[in-house]
Design a protein around this ligand. Structure first.
Ligand code: ZN
Length: 281
């Protein structure tokens, strides 16, 4: 058994408490519970305003481990694709205002009515290519998050770490740090190549580490994620691979759980996150 992780590296993805707390309450909750990182979603950020949120986050001494999310590049026509590009440029600006360590990209699936998966993947590559210069000049690394293949049609047609890293190789050959990946255990824990691909990514391209657990059985494809320790993912093992590859960043808890954790008092959820980070990660 490896040593417990540094408690200072715990971060909270705001989706974990999104049903009960707005962004301001989440920022204050993190500070109150000694959680040093936060990763907001854009809907909550828009409610509060990016400048106001940036100030509250700074005042409470938190690091922004990511902004969720950009992406959704494929579109049925030119106009839809351009709208996605414009939205990503705005997301990059918001991430810069927050001094976020990355903008998380959930790249998008098939356009409505389409069966052209290869075409959708080309649109993803081209879309990231179009916004990369803006991200670079704003100082916001783009982090491609491969999603579990069950989301291929409607959320993300990038489904493995290898596929995400191939995109990085193609668009940012020199591994400048402007483009990398998110390793979210929920999406990639099953992958037989996970260890190799984490090693391949290395510290330049490992931009974020999202943690939760895979419940057996899983009763909802989207909102039945488990608390760390309640499922079948070997979290200490995957963390050890991240560390061997040079990752020194935060461990961001992201739990979408309509039947359980979203119903609980968020203060209880945050206490549980802190304990499980030490005992199960
Ligand atoms: Zn994630």
């Amino acid at each position: 058994m490896s040593n417990p992780p540094n408690p200072e590296l715990l971060s909270l993805n705001t989706a974990t408490v999104r049903e009960r707390w707005n962004l301001r309450r989440t920022i204050e909750g993190c500070a109150r519970h000694g959680i040093r990182g936060i990763s907001p979603w854009r809907d909550k950020l828009a409610e509060m305003g990016a400048k106001e949120a940036a100030k509250a986050i700074r005042d409470n001494g938190l690091a922004v481990t990511g902004l969720c999310r950009g992406g959704m590049f494929p579109g049925a026509d030119r106009r839809a694709r351009q709208a996605a590009i414009d939205d990503n440029l705005r997301a990059i600006d918001d991430a810069a205002t927050l001094e976020a360590r990355c903008l998380v990209l959930v790249v998008g699936g098939l356009p409505p009515g389409s069966k052209d998966l290869a075409g959708a993947r080309t649109m993803v590559r081209d879309g990231i290519g179009e916004v990369l210069d803006h991200a670079r000049s704003a100082g916001v690394p783009l982090a491609i998050e491969p999603l579990h293949p069950m989301y291929c049609a409607d959320r993300a047609c990038v489904n493995t770490l290898a596929q995400a890293l191939d995109l990085c190789d193609e668009l940012d050959r020199s591994a400048s740090g402007a483009l990398g990946v998110v390793v979210d255990v929920y999406h990639v824990w099953w992958d037989p190549l996970l260890k190799t691909q984490i090693g391949r990514a290395g510290d330049k391209r490992l931009l974020a580490f999202h943690i939760c657990d895979w419940l057996v059985p899983t009763t909802d494809l989207l909102t039945d994620r488990g608390m760390m320790g309640d499922g079948v993912i070997d979290l200490p093992l995957i963390r050890s691979w991240m560390e061997e590859a040079g990752y020194r960043g935060f461990h961001e808890v992201e739990i979408l759980s309509s039947g359980n954790w979203w119903r609980r008092d968020p203060d209880e959820v945050l206490v549980t996150c802190r304990v499980r980070h030490q005992t199960a990660c």
